[in-house]
Design a protein around this ligand. Sequence first.
Ligand SMILES: [Zn+2]
Ligand SMILES: [Zn+2]
Length: 210
Amino acid sequence: MTDPNRPTCTICHRPLWADEWHRFACRQCERRIADHLDHLPDLIHDLHGLLTPGSRRALDGPIARSSAEPPAPIRLDILDRITAAAAVLDTWLADWHDHLQWPSPTYRTDPLAEAAAALRTNLPWAVEQHLAIDDFAQEIADLHSDATGLLDPGKRARRIGHCPAPAPDDPAQACGAVLRYVPGAATVTCRWCRTTWDAIDLGAALALAV
Ligand SMILES: [Zn+2]
Ligand SMILES: [Zn+2]
């Protein structure tokens, strides 16, 4: 039985430990965000390798190229992801600077990597002080799983069943939202009720429920 007065993590909704009561997010959620921020710059950098559809032409056999032939078109969907990732990180960093009454962020050479590093550095502040830390966590997780899925289709999130947690608006019912699992991830989070499980425990629970 959970105590309705006990504060919960705004990201995974688990009750906070007594030494976490001054925080909006639990330590486990903080670690997950930090991990995503650590990996994002390399993931987004690797997306550049998908910008031109490279090997497809070679598979089609030799093509007599004339010098007038236009270069292979750039994949705009990939370019969009790269641009969006940089914009998301910059927007959040500017927002945090604003909260802290710091001047707007500036970047020297690599805005995306520098913004990710600055967000990582200030994450301990944000989990304690920033009301929208759950939105931030979700956007960063989305960028991470999008990029991972594009780079390795085997790691694309797949549907694994329906959420067995109590529904937020009616605890007598199961939430029932579709759960997606990113292969290799340690946890699964329901996008609707935000319950987070250990992936192995959830796998066992869903298998029993069938
Ligand atoms: Zn949490
Ligand atoms: Zn749910």
